[in-house]
Design a protein around this ligand. Sequence first.
Ligand code: FES
Length: 127
Amino acid sequence: MKKKSLYNEKLLELWKNPKDFGKLENPTHEYSEANTICGDEMFVYLRVENEIVKDAKFFSTGCLICIVFASKLIEMIKGMGMEEVYELKDEDLLKLLDINLTPLKMKCACLSLDAVQNCLKKGKIKS
Ligand code: FES
């Protein structure tokens, strides 16, 4: 089956109204990761209880591809265990939206996964 083009109507709609966009109240973890190619940043906020991601939000100055994949990823990880999130691979994320990506855009798409995994590893907020 033919993959969808880079910017279709559904993607534009998700980009204009991403889910879970903004800052989470009372996060247990927060972290920001920069795309080393363009410099755009991804901020991730997580609330983790008993090793489960109970809630999550993100904010980013990145491009459409970065935003739409982050929106899908954040939606997916809510309710997942930390170990499950660590085990996610770029391919798991890319499967969430079946679109053609150039190598440069792959980096944009996967920025959120790097940010989420590093947030769990390094972003615990000291209370
Ligand atoms: Fe910067 Fe895509 S161009 S995140």
